[in-house]
Design a protein around this ligand. Structure first.
Ligand code: HEM
Length: 230
């Protein structure tokens, strides 16, 4: 073997340091999906139930953060983990594939997890732009209750996109809790994984009821506002 080839082989080998770094970066992609992302997402859906209590309470619960500094801090604490998790997720989608030997239901769950991830990519892009970035950084104010409620009531595409986005979030987070528990060694035996599957299905319904409940609150409140002018 020539010296040049031997040198090339040595430099492309993965060192233990690289492997440890890759492992840590990947573990963070998984960890961030629950903390802070999953927890924050649940609070966000729950806080939107304030839509039943009128504009003032909704604004207090959803858009008021006390000061510009705390608005920035909350945004960064959520957005950085979200982008990290998205890149982690996209890389995993490229590397993994369904396995016939694990049974049809597990494969369906696996495929829907990835479809919901793609749906979330589009939904979160639109939601973050229209409800966060555009009002705060272009119009220099927070999203108003009147705006979101009126769109939810009078603009059918908004109603449908939110309903589907919430469906994707509820499934992706509930099923993600199952794979997170397995990935971190919390559910090792087949029995504990089956038990976690039941928990996951219950959580899916609970998340969905909270999210769709919040959307219905906005939809009903929107009836008292005129249709927005596009
Ligand atoms: C509200 C936003 C999101 C939340 C709360 C969330 C939550 C989760 C959770 C809890 C997991 C399981 C993690 C694990 O198994 O260790 C997961 C997995 C995954 N997420 Fe997300 N996620 C979100 C957005 C996204 C987006 C936008 C994408 C777009 C690419 C994405 C792609 C994925 C993929 C591909 C997996 C499966 C990875 C695998 O099992 O190999 N997620 N997510």
């Amino acid at each position: 073997m020539s010296t040049a080839t031997a040198t090339a082989e040595v430099t492309t080998k993965t060192t233990p340091h690289d492997a440890a770094r890759g492992f840590l970066l990947s573990r963070l992609g998984s960890l961030f999906s629950i903390l802070p992302l999953g927890v924050w997402t649940l609070f966000h859906l729950w806080n939107n139930l304030a839509s039943y209590s009128g504009p003032r309470v909704w604004q207090q619960e959803v858009t008021d953060h006390g000061s510009d500094a705390s608005t920035l801090l909350v945004s960064l604490l959520v957005l950085i983990p979200l982008f990290w998790h998205m890149i982690w997720g996209i890389m995993r989608m490229g590397r993994s594939h369904p396995e016939l030997r694990i049974g049809w239901f597990s494969n369906v769950r696996y495929i829907v997890q990835r479809l919901s991830a793609l749906g979330l990519l589009g939904f979160l892009g639109a939601h973050l732009y229209l409800a966060w970035f555009s009002p705060r950084f272009i119009e220099h104010r927070a999203e108003s209750f009147r705006d979101i409620a009126a769109h939810m009531h009078h603009h059918l595409p908004t109603t449908i996109v939110y309903a589907l986005g919430i469906l994707a979030v509820a499934y992706h987070l509930a099923n993600g809790l199952w794979s997170f528990a397995m990935g971190w060694g919390l559910t090792v035996s087949r029995a504990s994984q089956n038990w976690m599957q039941t928990v996951m299905l219950i959580l899916f319904v609970v998340f969905l009821v909270i999210g769709w409940g919040a959307e219905y609150g906005l939809y009903s409140a929107g009836a008292s506002f005129p249709a927005p002018i596009e």
